[in-house]
Write a protein that binds this ligand. Sequence first.
Ligand code: C5P
Length: 223
Amino acid sequence: SGAKPLAGRKAIVTSGPTHEPIDPVRYIANRSSGKQGHAIAAALARFGADVTLVSGPVTIPDPAGVRVVRVERAEEMRDQVLAALPADIAVMVAAVADWRVASAAGNKIKKRPGEAPPPLHLTENPDILKIIGHHQARPKLVIGFAAETENVAENGRAKLEKKGADYILANDVSPATGIMGGDRNRVRLIGREGIEEWLEMGKDEVAEKLAALIAENLAADLP
Ligand code: C5P
């Protein structure tokens, strides 16, 4: 159907940062706003897909027409993504924290005069994109993002393989670009066939273009 090319398709999108607790009142986080992931969830819904958006803590509104599951930690995000399977499409946009505190304190860590600062022992978080890309119930299309500034084609191809993804959208998130937290994005689409440079455009336009690409890819293998 022309107007709703993704009708009958299920999509899982991750968005936003994760918050990794240090103790009940403190956490490790990053500057992701969720704007790009939320825009992609909204675009897929406009194209007719049944969308589950698994979002870390963000301050932007829920996108229209989307089931929103809110999480804080990477492990919760992984659990909710796995709970949303099976799906036809997975777009992992969240800026998942690479590390978490190995054992977060159950009570607030007290600052005591004369005592040294507490050491934070970090451990690696699960790589949700990699898990989904290699899952027995792998969605037909698995797409990730990558913050890259150099050797984009090479790093992108390597990331495709490592993560088991079909496409990686690489963007430059160095502070001068204003992309992190901003409304615009400039991405390079890396697929098995090669690399495509997209002009700088609004995050909503990137989302629309990506939804169209997804619809085109899935139309080639109906139903
Ligand atoms: O390895 P890197 O962090 O560069 O990969 C970025 C891509 O992998 C993004 O699509 C991001 O959402 C996803 N990712 C993930 N879980 C992680 C780390 C990254 O899903 N723990």
